[in-house]
Design a protein around this ligand. Structure first.
Ligand code: SF4
Ligand code: SF4
Length: 153
């Protein structure tokens, strides 16, 4: 994800030289908002069944185990300044998929923290794990660059 600290790219994407994240940011185009793993209380089997009914789909066995176990929340969420936490929680509560992301189920539109002018993360030092783990030049990076080739500045 966009950062001056990202490691150098490993290869180039079909005709698109991957030099650096500057002016790119397209891997943040489908995120909607920073995807922190937030604290979750353990759920009972009945609660999981009710959630399945509410969502109209069956969870995998792995997902059910995760929901039963709960999660303490990732450290970066806990370290997030209170004002940013509140702002983000309010944003997520009122979040609606933008129209331009409707064509593909997994596309939620640009992350609210992506500066569309600079293509940099506005809160890079407190970004979630999922963003820290994403490597410049990995196959997904190259895939996003191909998908959004016309949107790279
Ligand atoms: S898609 Fe790749 S090159 Fe572009 S910002 Fe993300 S990690 Fe960097
Ligand atoms: S938090 Fe920052 S790095 Fe992560 S998706 Fe949003 S803009 Fe990108």
């Amino acid at each position: 994800m966009p950062s001056e600290n990202n490691p150098p790219p490993k290869e180039s994407a079909g005709g698109l030289p991957v030099v650096e994240c500057a002016n790119c940011g397209v891997c943040c185009f489908h995120m909607g908002y920073p995807a922190y793993i937030m604290p979750r209380d353990p759920m009972t089997v009945d609660e999981i069944n009710a959630l399945e009914q509410q969502k109209g789909k069956k969870f995998s066995a792995k997902r059910r185990e995760e929901l039963q176990a709960g999660h303490p929340g990732e450290s970066h969420w806990h370290n997030l300044p209170d004002d940013l936490k509140l702002e983000l929680e309010a944003y997520i509560a009122g979040y609606e998929k933008p129209e331009y992301g409707q064509s593909l189920d997994t596309f939620d539109g640009p992350c609210i923290w992506l500066d569309m002018e600079t293509r940099m993360c506005k809160h890079h030092t407190v970004r979630p794990n999922v963003c820290r783990d994403f490597e410049t030049g990995c196959s997904e990076c190259l895939d996003w660059r191909r998908t959004y080739a016309d949107k790279i500045n």
